[in-house]
Design a protein around this ligand. Structure first.
Ligand SMILES: [Zn+2]
Length: 80
């Protein structure tokens, strides 16, 4: 069970939001569908493979979170 403090909403421009899981939309490199994925922004750099929710093919994710907590997600197909 995952508990996320919801009380940090208000003025969250400070950097108190490093430990958060964020939903992000990406485009599948195989079928081109837009799918929502959950990004764990507490890890500054990570790569992993997750199956597309539409075509079930393995998408390679490369996630970078900068010092302000901004997340950048790149997706690749395994064949390329
Ligand atoms: Zn797909």
């Amino acid at each position: 069970m995952l508990h996320i403090a919801a009380s940090q909403v208000g003025d969250s421009k400070h950097m108190a939001v490093m430990n958060e899981v964020r939903a992000q939309s990406i485009q599948c490199p195989y079928c081109g569908e837009t799918i929502d994925v959950l990004i764990d922004c507490s890890i500054s750099q990570q790569s992993y493979i997750e199956d597309c929710q539409v075509c079930c093919r393995p998408i390679e994710f490369n996630v970078v979170v900068d010092q302000e907590g901004e997340s950048f997600v790149s997706v690749f197909s395994e064949n390329e």
